[in-house]
Design a protein around this ligand. Structure first.
Ligand code: GTP
Ligand code: MG
Length: 456
C-alpha cells in the first residue's frame, strides 16, 4: 500500500513537471498548445511604464545553470579498435584513460567512465560509456541487448528518483545517455546486419549519430558513395537517426546543411604534426598528412560543431522529452496508470489510484482464498496419503506376522521331527547296546563250556 501511495504522490508531481516541460518544448510539436497552462481566458497586451526587470530571467536561468553545472553522457558503439577512444580524446582535446579492449569478450559489456571537465567557468560532468567487445562474438544475435538494458537502467534510475518522496533531482547524477555515437567500419560496401539491427533496437531509446570511423582509410569517391548507401539503407530499414533541429532560427540553416552531411566521416588523432608553421592534430603517413580539423580532409569539425557547440542542449532535451518520456509513459502504463477511462473521459490519478487499490485488494482476496483452498486441499491430500501409508504399513505388518507364524510353525515341526528322530535313534542305540552286550556275554561263556566238555 505504501508503495502505491508513494507512486501516486510522485506521479501527480510528475504530471505537473511534464506540463511545464511540454510548454517549454512546444515549438517541436506544432499541434500542441503552448499556452495550455493558462487555460482559455483572453489575454490583453499591456505596455509597461518603465523597466521592471523580468527581462533578466534568461540571465538568471543561465547563471543558475552555470552554478549547477551540466552533465552529458555519450555512448560509443563500434567494433573493438575502431577508434572510439581516440575520437573522444580528439573531440574533448584531452586524454581520457584509454584501456584497450580484448577481442575475446564472451558478451558485450558496458563500461562507463565519468570525468569532470571545465571550460571557462562551465563545469561539465562527462560520462563516456564504451560498449566493450561489440562485434567480437561469433553469435552476434544478442549483441544489442546489453546496450538496450544499460540505457533502460539509466532511465529506470531516473524514474525511481522522480518517484521518491524525498527527491534530490537537483544534485542527482543523471546518467541517461544523451547521444549514441555509432561507429561504422569504413568498408566502403554497406552496413553490416549487426549495425542495422543494433541501430534499429536503439533508435527509440537514444539519439543516434552515425559516424564513419577511420575515414582516412577510404578514398574520396568511395566515401561519397558509401555515405549515400548508408543513408539509403537506414531509410529502407526504418532506422531513425538523430536529426539536427531546424526549428530554432539561429541554428536552422547550419543544422539543415549538416543533416545532409550525415553520416560524418571522421578521423581521430591526438598526435600533433607541424603543417606550415602551425602544430595541428593529424595522422601522418609516408604519402602525406591527414589533418583532423581540416574540413576538406574529414568531417571531424562538423561532428564537433554539431555535437558539442550547437546541439548539446538539444540532445539533452530530446533525451528527456522524447526518449525518457516514452520510457516513463510505458512504465507508468505498465503499472496501470492512464490518462483516460475506457469512455475516453479524463481519468484522474486519484481515480487511477482508487481503481488500482480496489483491483489490488480484490486480487489479494482472490489470492488469499486460492491459498486457503490450496492449503485445505494440501492438508486433505496429506491426510489421505498418511492414511494410505498407515494402511500399507498395517498390511505389511500383518503379512510379516503371517510369515513369522508360518516360519515358527515350520521350525516347531522340524524340531518335533528331529526329536522323534533322536528318540528313535536312542531307542535303536539302546537296542544295539543290549544286543552287543548279550553277544559279548555269549562269546565269553563259550570257551568255559568247551573246557568243561574237555574235562568231562
Ligand atoms: P577499444 O577501446 O580497444 O575497442 O578500441 P577503440 O575503438 O577505442 O580504438 P582506439 O582509439 O584505441 O584506436 C585503435 C587504433 O586505431 C589505434 O592504433 C589508433 O591510433 C587507430 N586510430 C584511431 N583513430 C583512427 C583514425 O581515424 N584513422 C586511422 N587510420 N586509425 C585510427
Ligand atoms: Mg577504447
Amino acid at each position: 500500500m505504501k508503495k502505491d501511495s508513494t507512486v501516486l504522490c510522485c506521479v501527480l508531481d510528475l504530471a505537473h513537471n511534464a506540463g511545464s516541460v511540454a510548454m517549454a518544448v512546444s515549438s517541436r510539436h506544432p499541434g500542441s498548445n503552448p499556452h495550455r497552462g493558462f487555460g482559455n481566458e483572453e489575454k490583453r497586451n499591456l505596455s509597461l511604464g518603465g523597466h521592471v526587470g523580468f527581462d533578466s530571467l534568461p540571465d538568471q536561468l543561465v547563471s543558475k545553470s552555470v552554478t549547477q553545472g551540466f552533465s552529458f553522457n555519450i555512448l560509443c558503439v563500434g567494433e573493438t579498435g575502431i577508434g572510439k577512444s581516440t575520437l573522444m580524446n580528439t573531440l574533448f582535446n584531452t586524454t581520457f584513460e584509454t584501456e584497450e579492449a580484448s577481442h575475446y569478450e564472451s558478451t558485450v559489456r558496458l563500461r562507463p567512465r565519468t570525468y569532470d571537465l571545465q571550460e571557462s567557468n562551465v563545469h561539465l560532468k562527462l560520462t563516456i560509456v564504451d560498449a566493450v567487445g561489440f562485434g567480437d562474438q561469433i553469435n552476434k544475435d544478442e549483441s544489442y541487448r546489453p546496450i538496450v538494458e544499460y540505457i533502460d537502467t539509466q532511465f529506470e534510475n531516473y524514474l525511481q528518483e522522480e518517484l521518491k518522496i524525498r527527491r534530490s533531482l537537483f544534485n542527482y547524477h543523471d546518467t541517461r545517455i544523451h547521444v549514441c555515437l555509432y561507429f561504422i567500419t569504413p568498408t566502403g560496401h554497406s552496413l553490416k546486419s549487426l549495425d542495422l539491427v543494433t541501430m534499429k533496437k536503439l533508435d527509440s531509446k537514444v539519439n543516434i549519430i552515425p559516424i564513419i570511423a577511420k575515414a582516412d582509410t577510404i578514398s574520396k569517391s568511395e566515401l561519397h558513395k558509401f555515405k549515400i548507401k548508408i543513408m539509403s539503407e537506414l531509410v529502407s530499414n526504418g532506422v531513425q537517426i538523430y536529426q539536427f533541429p531546424t526549428d530554432d532560427e539561429a541554428v536552422a540553416e547550419i543544422n539543415s546543411v549538416m543533416n545532409a552531411h550525415l553520416p560524418f566521416a571522421v578521423v581521430g588523432s591526438t598526435e600533433e604534426v607541424k603543417v606550415g608553421n602551425k602544430l595541428v592534430r593529424a595522422r601522418q603517413y609516408p604519402w602525406g598528412v591527414v589533418q583532423v580539423e581540416n574540413e576538406s580532409h574529414c568531417d571531424f569539425v562538423k561532428l564537433r560543431e554539431m555535437l558539442i557547440r550547437v546541439n548539446m542542449e538539444d540532445l539533452r532535451e530530446q533525451t528527456h522529452t522524447r526518449h525518457y518520456e516514452l520510457y516513463r509513459r510505458c512504465k507508468l502504463e505498465e503499472m496501470g496508470f492512464k490518462d483516460t477511462d475506457p469512455d475516453s473521459q479524463p481519468f484522474s490519478l486519484q481515480e487511477t489510484y482508487e481503481t488500482k487499490r480496489k483491483e489490488f485488494l480484490g486480487e489479494l482476496q482472490k489470492k488469499e482464498e486460492e491459498m486457503r483452498q490450496m492449503f485445505v486441499n494440501k492438508v486433505k491430500e496429506t491426510e489421505a496419503e498418511l492414511k494410505e501409508k498407515e494402511r500399507e504399513l498395517h498390511e505389511k505388518f500383518e503379512h510379516l506376522k503371517r510369515i513369522h507364524q508360518e516360519e515358527k510353525r515350520k521350525v516347531e515341526e522340524k524340531r518335533r521331527e528331529l526329536e522323534e528322530e533322536m528318540n528313535a535313534f536312542n531307542r535303536r542305540k539302546v537296542a544295539m547296546e543290549t544286543l552287543q552286550s548279550q553277544s559279548l556275554q555269549a562269546t565269553s561263556q563259550q570257551p568255559l563250556k568247551k573246557d568243561k566238555d574237555k574235562k568231562n
